[in-house]
Design a protein around this ligand. Structure first.
Ligand code: PEP
Ligand code: MG
Length: 324
């Protein structure tokens, strides 16, 4: 499939109306890194760091993590890599941590909540990341941030880690970006100050959608019940785009939906200029975007919304069939 899109691999995802959408890839293993070149991705928009913690029967050492992160940065050849700090809990349980008996793990003690309550692992990971960067640019993203305070506390941990490294005589990153994943509807309504402070936001659509519609992403019975192109969800996303534009905050979308061409087209029409997806999706999404006029698609979406449709998908599909 990768071959089919080889001719546009080096081309930008530029629409017919002249807008460029940056396409990044999701990764989680060293073995994913060669896809940076083969897919034509501009960077790694989401590096999930759970796997290294999940595949062993004991906590990985800082030196091991640091060596791995350094190899990831080496292999990325200067392209931006967004490292997401440990996102455990819910569906991802560490074999060597005491299992938590929780009635609703997806709404439970997970991700940044664990990181802030038991900061040992997060501190170790932040230190490993700073050492791996060794003076190179570094980008870190905190998962599942539900309110401004959590971002502030996580950033304070990062500041402390930097200070410690400085005192120990280690190089600190040349540039540092600290972002948050927007995976709970609450963060969309965080104070302006949060939007001004955060370096970037990335929408974790898999989680955001499950909380927006209250439909478990693991439950086959309900997980496909609500369309991503549901008018309510698109309107919600549109408001996030507006807030980010107003505060000049870089915004991306890194859930699975970003890799689906029709969904990606609609996100671009709603104003998204950065998407992160599995490497195999870069070609098909780019192919779609390069045949699109976003203003026309936007008008199609607006009209479907005005006409009171539940999902804009039928109208969008009609338009795409006739226009591309
Ligand atoms: C998401 O929630 O959309 C996301 C990218 O993170 P994960 O799938 O790892 O929860
Ligand atoms: Mg998530």
């Amino acid at each position: 499939a990768q071959e089919r899109y080889a001719s546009i691999r080096q081309e930008p995802a530029q629409t017919l109306c002249g807008k460029t959408v940056a396409l990044h890839m999701n990764a989680g293993l060293m073995a994913d890194l060669p896809s940076l070149d083969s897919s034509g991705a501009e960077g790694v928009g989401l590096f999930r760091t759970e796997l290294q913690f999940l595949v062993r029967n004991q906590m990985p050492r800082r030196s091991e993590l640091s060596a791995l992160y350094a190899r990831v940065l080496d292999a990325s050849n200067g392209k931006r890599v967004v490292f997401r700090t440990l996102d455990i809990g819910s569906d991802k349980v560490l074999p060597y941590m005491k299992p938590q008996e929780e009635p609703n793990p997806a709404l439970g003690w997970r991700a940044i909540r664990v990181g802030l309550d038991k900061p040992g692992v997060m501190r170790m990971q932040l230190q490993a990341l700073i050492r791996a960067a060794g003076g190179r640019p570094l980008t870190i993203m905190f998962p599942f941030v539900a309110q401004y305070e959590e971002y502030k506390a996580a950033k304070a941990e990062m500041d402390k880690a930097l200070e410690r490294e400085r005192i120990l005589g280690h190089a600190t990153p040349e540039t540092l970006e600290i972002g948050a994943m927007l995976e709970t509807p609450s963060l969309a309504f965080a104070p302006d100050r949060f939007y001004e402070e955060v370096d970037f936001l990335s929408i974790g659509g898999n989680d955001l959608k499950q909380f927006f519609f209250a439909a478990d992403r693991e439950n086959e019975r309900v997980r496909r019940r609500y369309d991503t192109l549901n008018v309510s969800f698109l309107t919600f996303l549109e408001n996030i785009v507006k807030r980010c534009d107003a505060s000049n905050t870089s915004l991306s979308f890194c859930g699975e939906d970003a890799g689906r061409p029709v969904e990606a087209a609609c996100f671009a029409a709603m104003g998204f200029r950065m998407l992160s997806m599995r490497p195999a999706s870069i070609g098909p999404v780019k192919h779609m975007l390069r045949r699109l006029n976003l203003e026309e698609l936007r008008a199609v979406i607006e009209q479907a919304r005005e006409e009171g449709h539940q999902s804009v998908r039928p109208a969008v599909m009609d338009y795409l069939r006739s226009a591309t």
